[in-house]
Design a protein around this ligand. Structure first.
Ligand code: SF4
Ligand code: SF4
Length: 376
């Protein structure tokens, strides 16, 4: 199946059933607690039909649309890392008495996930996490098995969010690689359908069980137009020219003090970021002292304990923690993993309580550099 095909809403419903029948746990966007989050889906009835989102620095609001779009919003607070790299998991438990303990390693949870509605920036974020968890020196076995088992139904964005800047980061809005199926949602007068691009043999096998038609040229053209228009609606932009050098050369820039006065060190930005991957381990025991467990949990470079060594924290100030986060994301990530650590999804801007926005902060550093060059 080399050509694009089309499916209607019922076809999308069938796709979810087919994936369920193939043994996948189907997860995707749904409305919960006044936000669009990623949870288990039973049918298209669980999708956020007729919803969109308003996003800005520190602002996220759901609104009703005038149509019945199923994917008419940008990314929310969740990312797919919560399934591939779970927020917490038990590594082992031990039972015993008198110092004689038997350690029982945790069974590998190899749940097969089918992800519905993965955006281009998110496919890029997963490719970045692949480098960290499976393509570097050490392999995370849970990430590896879940990643290898995963089925990706991507969606080309039909509308950019107020904090999106994927065009600046070359990560969207069109999904280019890594998907099994890629959908573009079309609402054309009374007709509601999806142009589907098949990206893998598994995707093709799946589509054979779903009612579809060969896409007509005008339908493919309409799909291309949707993505083009989205690319022109980015809520933010970021000039990434020499960004690594800019940050390395400005570690003592006064702007870091200015940001530190606003930053709460709450770690929201790292929790919502689809590429942040740091974790810690915690040991717990029960009150009898005969049972112990070791847990892996997401951690953040914004917590005090993160850099605790004997005698204190390496990065004790908020200024040093914010600078570390941003410099890692946009500069030293390039040295470490050969790419930027940011895919321009905008989550760290939307979910920052005091609305700190590095697409505003970096130009401030860049402008003052330009000023210095002009006056020297
Ligand atoms: S930048 Fe914003 S989200 Fe991140 S730690 Fe500071 S206050 Fe929290
Ligand atoms: S740093 Fe911010 S914009 Fe970039 S990928 Fe992370 S959450 Fe998205």
């Amino acid at each position: 199946m080399n050509k694009s095909v089309t499916i209607d809403r019922e076809g999308l419903n069938q796709l979810i059933s087919v994936l369920n029948g193939m043994g996948f746990q189907v997860v995707g966007p749904t409305v919960r607690d006044e936000a669009i989050v990623y949870e288990k889906l039973e049918s298209i009835k669980d999708l956020p039909e007729g919803f969109t989102d308003e996003q800005d620095g520190g602002v996220y609001r759901l609104k009703k649309r005038k149509d019945k779009s199923l994917f008419g919003y940008a990314v929310g607070p969740h990312s797919w890392k919560k399934f591939l790299h779970p927020p917490e998991r038990r590594l082992w438990q031990a039972d015993g008495e008198g110092g004689d303990f038997e350690i029982k390693p945790e069974k590998l949870d190899a749940t097969k996930f089918a992800f519905i509605g993965v955006r281009s920036c998110e496919m890029h974020a997963i490719a970045i996490q692949d480098k960290v968890f499976i393509n570097d020196k050490f392999v995370d076995p849970v990430y590896q098995v879940r990643r290898e088992n995963a089925f990706f139904v991507a969606v080309n964005c039909g509308q950019a969010g107020g904090t999106c800047f994927c065009v600046s980061m070359n990560t969207g809005p069109k999904v280019e690689a890594g998907f099994d199926l890629a959908l573009t949602e079309i609402l054309d007068n009374d007709r509601h359908y999806f142009v589907v691009e098949v990206g893998s043999e598994q995707g093709e096998a799946c589509m054979e069980q779903v009612t579809h038609k060969l896409a007509q040229n005008e339908e493919v053209t309409l799909a291309e137009k949707v993505v083009k228009e989205t690319a022109g609606q980015m809520g933010r932009t970021l000039d990434t020219t020499h960004i690594k050098e800019l940050l390395y050369e400005n570690l003592e820039h006064p702007r870091w003090d200015d940001i530190a006065e606003r930053c709460l060190s709450c770690a929201n930005c790292t929790m919502v970021c689809p590429t942040c991957f740091c974790s810690t381990v915690e040991d717990v025991t029960d009150i009898t002292g005969t049972h112990a467990e070791r847990w892996q949990k997401w951690d953040s470079c914004f917590t005090m304990d993160f850099t605790y060594l004997h005698g204190g924290e390496v990065r004790a100030s908020t200024k040093s923690r914010y600078r570390q986060w941003l410099t890692h994301k946009l500069a030293s990530w390039q040295d470490q993993f050969g790419s930027s650590g940011c895919v321009g999804c905008g989550r760290c801007i939307t979910w920052c309580p005091p609305a700190i926005d590095f697409t505003e902060e970096i130009p401030k550093i860049r402008d003052s550099e330009t000023q210095t060059l002009k006056t020297s």
